[in-house]
Design a protein around this ligand. Sequence first.
Ligand code: KIV
Length: 279
Amino acid sequence: MSKKSVSIFQKLKNNSEKIAMLTAYDYSTAQVLDEAEIDAILVGDSLAMVALGHENTYNITLEEMLIFVRAVARGAKNTFVVGDMPFMSYNLSVEQGLKNASEMIKAGANAVKLEGCSEHIIELTRRCVECGIPVLAHLGLTPQLLNTIGGYKIQAKTAETTELILESAKKLQQAGAFAVVLELLPAESAEYITNNLTIPTIGIGAGVGCDGQIVVTDDIMGKFTDFAPKFVKRFANLHDVVLEGARSYSKEVKEREFPSKNESFELSEGEKEKLYANK
Ligand code: KIV
């Protein structure tokens, strides 16, 4: 199998097939998602909270993100990888955004994700695409704007605000974005936006009417348990699996059951006697 390209997004939408995306932050998780043939992986800045324990996504730098992008890219042999541009790594100027987006690509990402739809983001999207950097847009609840939005609030709750998001999505589509993440929208609003765009929508907390879905892997696998938004469904319970494993390990160490001969190495014949000969 060869590395999937950005064209799979449009191909799946055109065939009315749903797009399944997940997040990954490390090599071994990327390998598993690759084996599962997930359509695309996002190295989301959610890793600031989920993997690094920060309260929000503000406290992750581009340099830190690049470490995780490199690890995921090494594990995702066939899967398309999107690198999330962290807070203020693309907002100062188009040049800054382009330079930093290129760092993501050099680290192994196949595309970048940009939050929002200001004139600056539209221009940056256009310039990235011109330079060969595919852009995944992100509208609705955009966590990097949490302080101005005023918290994790459902967006597009009225016909009017739904139209505003559609308008923004159309501008990003026009600028060359290959798809748009819609976060935390009523299902009907997200479906309406989806039906009025030619590029695919990838929903998170936005109902079944989107062209695809994305969720944080650690949330749906039950590994990150600090909180669980309503849109998170548990597909596994890694927290309990790891907890049980850690407890069994600790018990066996304390009871001298681990490591057994199976997990140990032995001196060759006669060497042990030599060790103790002079004692
Ligand atoms: O950072 C992230 O993981 C995201 C999502 C869309 C899941 O932006």
